[in-house]
Design a protein around this ligand. Structure first.
Ligand code: CUA
Length: 358
């Protein structure tokens, strides 16, 4: 990966790490050596009468100046790398990153695509703009030696450039019970594959719901077919539901989080049919931690409602909505229309044009 711009960051961080470790080792050997040597040399048996020493200006100046110089040198070693890490190259591809107890959401602002896995084009600087919706988190990509805190109310960022491949992404700031589970992947694809990924996700996100009868089919394969891309739906579930409702819909991961496997009819606030769940996802439930997921497209909420409904499909009292309920939902949320794609407005270019004048 020698040609990559961010390889310099890797070299700077590793260089600083090795340099400081070696410096500390040398200091440790000198200090501990002197300690052992003095303990031997001035042992009571060899040196029965202790000397009285009342300060030494020369010594005091020496042991002030030398450590100060060492500390300044260590600062300079770190500062070189710090400069690189803080300076994002021009033309970086921007990904918005949100940390949340306990998952990551990566948004590609130009297309509105969101994912819980960080897909990026390879061989191009990537700028991650970081935020948090609750507590402190920290985005950490060890392969590229970058780590930066996500702070509520503060804009932070990091940048890197990846080779084609798959890398670990961690949360490096203790953020509560499931901090250790805030693990995901960075997947760097060749530009063409990355474009195809965005297109696939956009199609899924903004696809119209055309065949309501298929939605009502109890055969799960058909439901998955209808939803289009099961992996993407599982990713949505992992991002937005799993941390409270569990990987298998078992619930109870935070106080009051509903089990999707419960007797559904008796306990669900807004009802248990897919249209009911869709409304809950859209509106949230007041007075609880169940948020309104209005940042998701209608289609994504619809796909999630399916997935959630799937958990209790074997339950004895599963309640099925009738065709009319579906059609009402489709009409209410215009699910049968192709949703327009959020198009990034080139604000910088517009400002430049204004500055140039007529
Ligand atoms: Cu988020 Cu630890």
């Amino acid at each position: 990966m020698l040609h990559l711009a961010s390889q310099k960051i890797v070299e700077a961080v590793d260089g600083a790490f090795v340099t400081l470790t070696v410096a500390c080792l040398i200091l440790m050997i000198i200090i501990m050596g002197a300690l052992v040597w003095f303990a031997f040399k001035y042992h009571r048996s060899r040196h029965p009468k202790p000397a009285r020493i009342h300060g030494s200006l020369k010594l005091e100046i020496t042991w002030t100046i030398i450590p100060t110089l060492i500390a300044l040198w260590m600062f300079m070693v770190g500062y070189d790398g710090f400069q690189l890490i803080r300076t994002v190259p021009d033309g970086a591809y921007v990904v918005e990153v949100e940390g949340k107890q306990w998952s990551w959401t990566f948004t590609h602002p130009e297309t509105g695509v969101t994912d819980s896995t960080l897909y990026v084009p390879a061989g191009r600087p990537i700028k991650c703009e970081l935020s948090s919706s609750d507590v402190l988190h920290s985005l950490y990509i060890p392969a590229y030696r970058v780590k930066e805190d996500c702070v509520p109310g503060l804009d932070t960022y990091l940048w890197f450039e990846a080779e084609v491949g798959e890398y670990n992404v961690f949360c490096a700031e203790f953020c509560g019970n499931d901090h250790a589970k805030m693990i995901t992947k960075l997947i760097a694809l060749p530009q063409a594959d990355f474009d195809a990924y965005l297109e696939r996700r956009m199609k899924l996100r903004f696809a119209p719901v055309t065949d309501v009868t298929k939605v009502m089919d109890e055969n799960s394969d058909d439901m998955v077919g209808m939803v289009g891309d099961q992996a993407a739906v599982v990713a949505l579930y992992s991002t937005y539901c799993k941390s409270c409702h569990g990987a298998n819909g078992e619930g109870g991961l935070v106080e009051g989080a509903r089990s999707f496997r419960d007797d559904p009819v008796a306990k669900w606030k807004r009802g248990v049919t897919i249209p009911d769940i869709f409304r809950t996802l859209t509106l949230g439930i007041e007075g609880t931690r169940m948020a309104a997921f209005d940042n998701l497209s209608a289609w994504e909420r619809f796909a999630l409602a399916h997935y959630v409904a799937g958990f209790y499909r074997e339950g004895p009292q599963r309640s099925v909505a009738d065709q009319a309920a579906y059609e009402k939902l489709v009409k209410e949320y215009k699910l049968d229309e192709q949703k327009s794609v959020i198009v990034h407005f080139p604000i910088d270019a517009a400002i430049d044009d204004l500055a140039k004048g007529p």
